[in-house]
Design a protein around this ligand. Structure first.
Ligand SMILES: [Zn+2]
Ligand SMILES: [Zn+2]
Length: 117
């Protein structure tokens, strides 16, 4: 797998740990070469653990595991450019839940008499 930024192919060192770093970006496992690690602020481009914010993520079948805290799940994507739509979706969902609750509980439960003292 080549470096996701410059396309350089990974070369394994004769000994020791590879200087290449792994990460997850846009829900995909990526590699980044030593040159790009120095040249670019690459850590801001990678997905992060939603629990601890680490970029040490490993992509597995349909899941991402954090190597720092062990959380398994979907990471927070770094490339969310339109944060508002996410907030909007969340508030729409909250409204929907509220309406559903009102339907189940009935209007009388919404303003209980004992709350009007
Ligand atoms: Zn590179
Ligand atoms: Zn974590």
């Amino acid at each position: 797998m080549p470096c996701y930024r410059c396309g350089t192919r990974q070369v394994d060192p004769d000994r020791g740990e590879s200087p290449w770093r792994r990460g997850v970006r846009g829900d995909r496992q990526v590699l980044i070469c030593p040159d790009c690690q120095v040249a670019a602020d690459w850590t801001t481009e990678l997905d992060r653990c939603q629990a601890c914010g680490s970029i040490h993520l490993v992509r597995r079948l349909g899941e991402v595991e954090c190597r720092d805290c062990g959380t398994v799940g979907q990471p927070a994507e770094a490339s969310v450019s339109d944060g508002r739509s996410t907030d909007q979706a969340a508030s729409d969902l909250a409204d929907e839940v509220e309406r559903a609750l009102a339907k189940v509980l009935g209007p009388s439960r919404q303003r209980p008499p004992y709350a009007m003292s």
